[in-house]
Design a protein around this ligand. Structure first.
Ligand SMILES: [Zn+2]
Length: 212
């Protein structure tokens, strides 16, 4: 029944390119929702009132979506689109949107990632770099580890001449709680190989800083 409903929707939408289908294990959703029901209670709220009735289930699904990166294999994403190519110049994909959850407060941090590498025999389909960023961002993270994980995955998989990753992000746990420095942005960076050289790194920074 679920499947026939999905295929009807597909026809109605007339989608033949991209489509997003969210699938959740109903048992996992129920288990997580049960606990959020108790949490709402403990917060002094009435989980039975109309607006909150479905909240535990929604939160359960949202959390599963926001952590679905654990079920993805970022190295495999890269390997699925690696091509032999003699290009040995810097390849940059900048302004990749990131949305992640800080593992200390389960509050979002979000911003932009800039990723570059210098190929050594292999290039990768450009769309795969944002997908690798996403696969690590959709986990419970700290910005520093997210930065290094993206770098290390590209380094280990493509074995390029160098990798550079810069992430600029705002953390709601910082903005909404206590300190309230609403416009502060945290910047992290991680480099390998050729990007350890001052000149190469400076070129990368210059290229990702220029705004169109
Ligand atoms: Zn936090």
């Amino acid at each position: 029944m679920g499947e026939s409903k999905a295929s009807t929707m597909r026809q109605e939408n007339g989608m033949d390119g991209y489509e997003k289908i969210d699938q959740y294990n109903p048992h996992t959703v129920a288990r997580i929702a049960e606990k959020f029901h108790l949490i709402l209670n403990d917060l002094g709220l009435d989980p039975g009132r109309e607006g909150l009735a479905k909240t535990p289930e929604r939160v359960a699904k949202a959390l599963q979506f926001l952590t679905h990166g654990y079920s993805l294999d970022p190295a495999e994403i890269l390997r699925s689109a690696m091509f032999k190519e003699d290009y040995r110049q810097m390849v940059i994909v900048k302004d990749i949107e990131i949305y992640s959850l800080c593992e200390h407060h389960l509050l979002p941090f979000f911003g932009k990632a800039h990723v570059a590498y210098i190929p050594d025999g292999y290039i990768v389909g450009l769309s795969k770099l944002p997908r690798v960023v996403d696969a690590y961002a959709r986990r419970l993270q700290v910005q520093e580890r997210l930065t290094v994980e993206i770098r290390d995955c590209i380094e280990a998989t493509l074995k390029p001449i160098g990798v550079a990753v810069v992430i600029e992000a705002q953390h709601l746990c910082m903005v909404m709680r206590g300190i309230q420095k609403q416009h502060s942005v945290a910047t992290t960076s991680a480099f390998t190989g050729e990007f350890q050289q001052e000149r190469t790194r400076a070129e990368f920074i210059r290229l990702v800083s220029t705004r169109p």
